[in-house]
Design a protein around this ligand. Structure first.
Ligand code: FRU
Length: 500
């Protein structure tokens, strides 16, 4: 049964969504059908196709009563829009259907597990939110909420766990068991990640606390994910109220990748290292899935709560996802690169090798706003250089700069002049591993964003830009002299059309 609230959202998006021309959206990055989008939800495989849901408020480009938007794809790049999947239409989720996951059940149905939020008054008369975990099951398009919802509430929390901050279940199957990890706030005021099992039976048994913040990495831990990768175990979370630590973590909503070992029958998860996931300006709430050929693929909201005021006036969609990225662990660090399926959409190729750069240069065929470009920089002989810059999305007034400083070992992203109408944070610097003045920078530009992958994915950095599309110049500049290789592909859905 489709509720009135959901039907209204579906009617609205099918009426007004098509008013937004494709040219006003990114070519390859997921945007909402209309209105507002935040976290990816339910990123999973169902009946051999990839499904992606998202936090969705169709009626405005601001955050509002959360619905779930929905898309599916055969290759993680070309997405088909589906009608909104969930709406806040029950007493237990009247204040929103918050983030969650999805999984294929043994009986072939798809189960969505999400946080139902309702409002109540605390003893002082203040309004507070109560968060519980709920499920809905369906056929990949339409979902029915379980009559026994919520399946997890305050009584299922470990001692001291807060029922106000208990959200974002990520669910997966392991052998015959189905598990969920859920973010929670504990007695010390900071976050913890709880593990539950048995969720396929629309219930849940608390197994253990997998890890806790102890006020070290931010406060509340949102949007967890937990998975094995290259012989290690990884715990992702997106902490609120982070404090900066060198260039690794920045203030506010950040992301945290904990790499460790996992012994389910013994010590549980034992973390060995902590790092940020993306070092750019716009990245939050990543979720992963496992492909049939064994790849761990991540997608994230290419935005941050601190940057949402950067939107253009009167925009009809707001919020983008990153490209799906393949994850791996090398030298104890998380590596990420765009999914290899993107290469099927590479069109016209232009390469320039062994180009000396001293001052600023442009190269024939190297421009555009929808492209996949790799720049490799080498010092010439023993000569050192002070800095190297790529200036993209450029015209007389605009540019987005990626700068490398070999003496500091830092890359800086600067989108100060990239069409954002508000004075929010526009620059971010991060450390890269020194390689004797050599650096490899891959940039995916897609109209309203850039994603940067340094040294084969050892660091990734994402940023949204709103520079007008005519600003498509790319230049290269060095303080000193360097030798550079550039390889650039246009990205396009229809290669023949592109090559004509
Ligand atoms: C993270 C988050 C989640 C919550 C959702 C609400 O961005 O705050 O914790 O479920 O957004 O839209």
């Amino acid at each position: 049964m489709i509720s009135e609230v959901l039907q209204k959202a579906r009617d609205f998006e099918s009426q007004y969504g098509p008013h937004i021309p494709d040219s006003e959206r990114p070519a390859f990055h997921v945007t909402p059908t209309i209105g507002w989008m935040n976290d990816p939800n339910g990123f999973s495989v169902y009946k051999g196709e990839y499904h992606l849901f998202y936090q969705y408020y169709p009626y405005s480009s601001e955050w509002g009563l959360m619905h779930w938007g929905h898309l599916k794809s055969k290759d993680l790049i070309r997405w088909e829009r589906l009608p909104a999947a969930l709406a806040p239409d029950q007493e237990y989720d009247a204040a929103g259907c918050f983030s969650g996951g999805a999984v294929e059940l043994p009986d072939g149905r798809q189960m969505l597990m999400y946080t139902g939020v309702r409002r109540s008054r605390n003893p002082d008369g203040f309004i507070q939110e109560i968060q519980t975990q709920c499920v809905a099951v369906g056929d990949g398009t339409d979902y029915e909420k379980f009559s026994g919802n919520p399946i997890l509430d305050a009584k299922d929390l470990p001692e001291g766990g807060s029922a106000i901050d208990f959200r974002d279940p990520k669910v997966w199957q392991e052998g015959d068991n189905f598990y969920a990890v859920i973010g929670n706030r504990t007695t010390d005021g900071s976050g913890a990640i709880l593990l539950y099992k048995g969720v396929e039976d629309f219930r849940g048994e608390f197994v253990r606390t997998l890890d806790a913040c102890h006020n070290q990495y931010g406060k509340m831990w949102e949007c967890p994910d937990f998975f094995p990768l290259d012989g290690r175990q990884v715990l992702f979370t997106s902490p609120q109220e982070m404090q900066p630590v060198g260039l690794e973590f920045h203030a506010g909503n950040g992301t945290l990748c904990l790499i460790g070992d996992y012994d389910p029958d013994g010590a549980g998860f034992v973390r060995q290292s902590a790092q940020a996931i993306d070092y750019g300006l716009d990245f939050y709430a990543p979720q992963t899935l496992l492909t049939a050929d064994g790849r761990r693929v991540m997608i994230a909201w290419m935005q941050n709560w601190a940057t949402i005021s950067g939107k253009p006036n009167h925009c009809r969609w707001f919020g983008q996802m990153t490209l799906p990225r393949e994850l791996s662990i090398r030298n104890g660090r998380l590596y990420q690169n765009p999914v290899r399926e993107l290469e099927n959409y590479r069109g016209q190729f232009v390469a320039h090798h062994n180009i000396p750069v001293c001052g600023e240069i442009n190269l024939p065929g190297i421009q555009g706003r929808v492209l996949d470009m790799t720049v490799t920089v080498h010092p010439i002989g023993n000569e050192s250089y002070r800095w190297f810059r790529i200036r993209a999305a450029k015209d007389g007034e605009h540019e987005t700069i990626i700068r490398y400083r070999p003496d500091q070992g830092t890359v800086k992203l600067d989108r100060t002049r990239s069409g954002l109408p508000h004075d929010i944070v526009h620059t971010r610097s991060f450390f890269v591993r020194p390689r004797g003045g050599e650096i490899k920078i891959r940039i995916i530009l897609d109209r309203f964003s850039l994603e940067v992958f340094v040294n084969d994915g050892e660091q990734a950095a994402s940023a949204v830009i709103y520079t007008r599309q005519e600003a498509d110049v790319i230049s290269f500049e060095a303080g000193g002299t360097v030798m550079m290789d550039v390889e650039k592909y246009e990205l396009c859905f229809d290669k023949e059309e592109n090559e004509a």
